[in-house]
Structure formats: structure tokens, C-alpha cells
Design a protein around this ligand. Sequence first.
Ligand code: UGA
Length: 437
Amino acid sequence: MTRLSVIGTGYLGTTHAACMASLGHEVAAFDVDAERIKALSSGNLPFYEPGLAELLRAGLETGKLKFVTDLSEAMSGSNIHFLCVGTPQADKTGKSDLSQIEQAISSMVHFLKPGDTIVGKSTVPVGTAKTIREFLEINFQSEVKLVWNPEFLREGLAVKDTLHPDRIVLGVKNKEDSKVIEQVYQATIKEGTPVIVTDFATAELVKSAANAFLATKISFINAFSDLCDSVGADITTLADAIGYDSRIGRKFLNAGIGFGGGCLPKDIRSLKSRADELGLSAQFKFLDEVDEINQTRRTKVLQLAIEQLGNISNKQIAILGASFKPNSDDIRDSPALTIATELHKLGAKVKVHDPVAIPAVNRYFPELGTSLTIEEAFEDADLILHLTEWTEYQAIDPIHLRNLVKSPLIIDGRNVLEPASWVSAGWKIIYLGKPSS
Ligand code: UGA
């Protein structure tokens, strides 16, 4: 087993550190955020991710995993350093803010030793790894190696995606540089996971292309969703039918209020901005459309609410779901919260419910009303908006809740609620891209 350091304990770094410890490696994870390190050291996960808290605590108990604020302590016992810091959107151009990468590398330089390997996992614009490699060469000749190993984990499934990924991509300058990392991932590779060893630029672009393709698939189906609305067709049946074509596939063809979160929106903008820099604006213009179609999904729900209620002011609206997707408490660029905020601005009395994200909503959206139970959210409501498809909401008893609301009207922004039980309980249910019931 190997000793590893992990630099950055955000979503990616914490998951990676705990998963690597679960494979038997000795992991020291570093962050500049002392409060976060304190929480993690006591076994408290600062975000919600199914299965991860158990791995975190197991790693701490066995002593395989530790969290430190001293970079020298993190790096000294190890030759492999995973770079897992954030690369948020810098500005309106969509460019990535690489300051955390720059800061991490310039701090790491003091503690790198000949024979060390830095493994970049952060999502970066193409060309970043080459720049880091050149910087390392100036400081260490070729004695410190760089491998670019993009991460494909999905929030809510982060543990499974880290331990059993669809593929492992390793960008290197020299083919043999990948060997040391293949050793770290030995258990996963033994399961038959494909390993793609390639150059830096290809590795970086695999990540950008994967997220751009997923975002495009969602906006594609959402454009068709509007077309279905115009002609009375059914987007779910359409998605099922085209999804049977194995060249197309059914995944990521769920129409609704579109994509959010800390990755797809920023990654398509970063890719477009990088393509612009490289003189390829025309070829990547479609990403602007993907982004715009996606934003319009949020406006569409507002329009539907106005169509149904007329004047929104003082109307009581229950919002089911605040996180950008189920099984996560991440509210970054959450479509549900954009809609809730706009309704609030129009004078609606909004009550947001979410199984896990309410503390985050109270902290970052104090203007929004919140409810700790589904019943409380439904009380006296003129309209229910189902915006994040937690399984809890699909198990709701519409008969019981019918008696709590002022008006039995629900818009299903994720197209997953079964119409039969709602309609027979006296509700009107409106979908995006398929006929209302
Ligand atoms: C995404 C990618 O799926 C991961 O492979 C990648 O590693 C990650 O970004 C990243 O770059 O770190 P994630 O942001 O966790 O993962 O979420 P997704 O499961 O991709 O969902 C993104 C959004 O798309 C959610 O808001 C979801 O509700 C929406 N979505 C997804 C749809 O609207 N329709 C669908 O059919 C699928």
C-alpha cells in the first residue's frame, strides 16, 4: 500500500481521500481551511454524500486517514500528491479561476522531493497541465512528475464513482509516468476498469468533452420538450423510444427544469471560453445555446406559475426540493432555488422543503421561507412546485395532502410523479413537455 497526500478537501478531495484510505492506502489530506480540517478530523462531513461519512470514520479509526493544515506534514511522508482544489468560474466570460491551482503548486514546490508525482484531478481548461509541467521542469528538471487524472464522480454517487469508475484517464508526458498511479488504482483496475494513458491535453479534454456532452444531451431533450408542448406530444415517451437506440441511450434524457450544480454549468462556459481563446468560437457556439436553453427552463416554470395563478403576489407556493439534484445538499446554481428566488421577488410567499439542504438554504437564501416537513410546506398552498426529484416526493400520499392545500395544483418540474394517484385524489398536475393531467 502507498502513502498519499491529497491537496484540497472540497467535495472531490474529501471523497478521494476517504476512498483511497478505504483501499488501504495511508492518506494525509491537507486544506488551508482549519475549520474544515477540524470537522473532518472529528469524523464530521461538511456536506451530504451517501456512504461517505462511514468511509471517513472508518479511515480515521484505522489511522489510514488524517486531515492536516500543515502542508509539509501532508507531503513529507508521501511521494504521490493528488491535487484536488477548486476551479470555479472566474467571471462572466466563463473563464476558470485557476488561482487555487496556482497557489497550491507554488506552496507545494517547497516540499516536493525528487521522485515525487503530482496527480492533477481538478477540472481545468486544456493547456493547464502543460503549464504546470513546464513550471515543475524549471524547478526540478524531470525529477518531479505530473499525471493528469480527471475525475468523473457524480454527487450523490461519489463513493461508487470513485471506487468503481467507468474509466481511468491518465495524461502523461512519458508513458512510464503513469505506472505509479496505476499501482494506486490497482484494486479498481483489477475489476476490469479501462485505463486510457494519453497526453495531457487529451486527458484534460476528455473531462471537458464528457461534461459538455452530458449538458448537450439535457438541453437537446429540453428543446424537444418545448416542441412536445407545442404539439401535444409526450417527451418522456419520446425519450424512452429514442433511448432504446443503443447509439443514443436513455441516460441524461430526462426533460425538466434542466441542469445545475457546481460542474456542468461552469464547465461548458469554461470550455467555450477556452475555445474562444483558441480561435474556435464558431465550432463551440452551440455551447452558448446549450446554456441558454438550460436557463430558459427556469423561466418556463415561472411563466407556468403565472399562467396558473395570475397575480403571483401573496400567493402561497410550496417548493419541493432545493438541492440541484437528489441525494445531495449542494445548492450551487440549483434550478429549484433560482425559481424559488424569482417567485419570492414577485411577492409570492415561498416555502421550500428539502430532505437535507434546508440548513444551506437558510444560510445562503435567508429571504426564503423553509419547511421542515412536507405537510408544513403544503399547508394553505395555492401551488406546489416539484423541482428536485427526491424519492420521498414520489412516495407522497396525494389524498392526505389534498386536504392541506388551498388549491390542488402541482407543477412537476422533473416529470416523474405518477399522474394516476394525483388525479384520482383531485389534483391537477402539469408536466414540462407532456400533457397535463
Ligand atoms: C457531473 C458529471 O455527471 C460527472 O461525471 C462529473 O464528474 C461532475 O459533473 C464533475 O464535473 O465533477 P454532477 O454535477 O454531480 O456530475 O451531477 P449530474 O448527475 O451530472 O447532474 C447535473 C444536473 O443535470 C443536475 O441538476 C440534474 O438534475 C440534471 N439532469 C441530469 C437533468 O436535468 N436531466 C437528466 O437527464 C440528467
